[in-house]
Design a protein around this ligand. Structure first.
Ligand SMILES: [Mn+2]
Length: 324
């Protein structure tokens, strides 16, 4: 990953200098535009500003990408400063009129405001993350979730143009407490084919741990590069994934009417888990397709099956290491 970009001082001092900020995304807003507006609004509020998102054109399908408390109606009155986000051209802003700040990640942005920060990152929310850091705002779950949401939007759930840099940012936001599972669920419902990556048991013993450790985590940033996958080849990633030694990795792939789990392990027999879910395969590579379930229901079933297998004394000591 490239070095984390550093927001210009002029940008930070401008945000600090004005009392009220109208945050404006582009017309035909996508998930990243709304998540960026949402995240920036949350950050500005955290430093004591009055801030709201003005998005008169808000497609119902993307409403989930905006924290509900940030949305304002009408037009910002006198006294409000304006910041355009994720918008490559001034005439694509949702509100007409000049903006004071232009925050964008499209390289062809002509820098149309008095203060501009245009920097190429996988999602515009990544810029907001650095602004938050520079302003001393620590990410809470709501903010981290908004940041992660933009990334999921601009990579279409890590399927398109997802690079090592995207995965590195994703891990960062997940580490800051983003509700990765909630975003996966919301995104999947509208864009079947989303993948989530479930973490492993990272213990060294060849046993199932008694707890239910699955949680949705982005995959390791180095994977696409390690396997020399180009961004449009992300669909091939699941076949390359390997869990840590002594661990289990579940790759989740949502289809139009099904959810598929690929179970991978090194040193743990995943067949009991596959069987408990109604699937099958090999000790280190098994799978199951659940039909007619939501992503959330699929995860619930996975956790229940995991807990059930973990509770079986016979399976707790079963290892399958020789060939690994
Ligand atoms: Mn974007």
């Amino acid at each position: 990953m490239n070095d984390t970009p550093v927001p210009p001082q002029e940008l930070l001092s401008t945000f600090r200098a004005h009392a009220a900020w109208a945050v404006i995304p582009h017309v035909l807003p996508d998930v990243d535009a709304l998540a960026t507006a949402s995240a920036l609004c949350l950050v500005l509020r955290r430093i004591g500003k009055r801030a709201a998102v003005f998005a008169p054109e808000l497609p119902e399908i993307h409403r989930w990408a905006l924290a509900p408390e940030v949305l304002a109606s009408g037009e910002p009155g006198a006294g409000w400063s304006r910041v355009g986000v994720d918008t490559a051209r001034a005439d694509r802003l949702q509100l007409a009129g000049p903006v004071d700040v232009n925050l964008d990640h499209h390289e062809d942005n002509p820098r149309f405001a008095p203060v501009n920060w245009v920097c190429s990152v996988p999602a515009c929310t990544c810029l907001v993350a650095t602004v938050a850091g520079a302003l001393g705002v620590a990410a809470d779950t709501t903010l981290a979730t908004a940041l992660y949401t933009g990334l999921v939007g601009d990579t279409e759930g890590f399927r398109v143009q997802a690079t090592a840099e995207s995965f590195a940012w994703a891990r960062r936001f997940a580490g800051a407490g983003a509700d990765t599972e909630g975003v996966a669920e919301a995104f999947h419902r509208r864009s079947p084919g989303f993948w989530a990556y479930l973490a492993a048991v990272e213990g060294s013993a060849l046993t199932w741990e008694g707890t239910v450790p699955c949680r949705v985590v982005p995959i390791d940033a180095g994977l696409p590069e390690r396997f020399a996958l180009r961004p449009y080849e992300n669909a091939l990633l699941p076949s390359h994934l390997l869990p840590p030694r002594g661990g289990v990795l579940v790759v989740l792939q949502g289809g139009r009417d099904n959810v598929r789990f690929r179970l991978r392990s090194r040193g743990v027999d995943v067949l009991p888990l596959a069987h408990a879910l109604g699937g099958g395969g090999h000790p280190q590579a098994a799978g199951v397709v659940l039909r007619g379930v939501s992503l959330h229901e699929a995860l619930e079933r996975l956790r229940a099956a995991w807990a059930e297998v973990a509770a079986r004394p016979a399976d707790r000591t079963r290892g399958v290491s020789p060939r690994l």
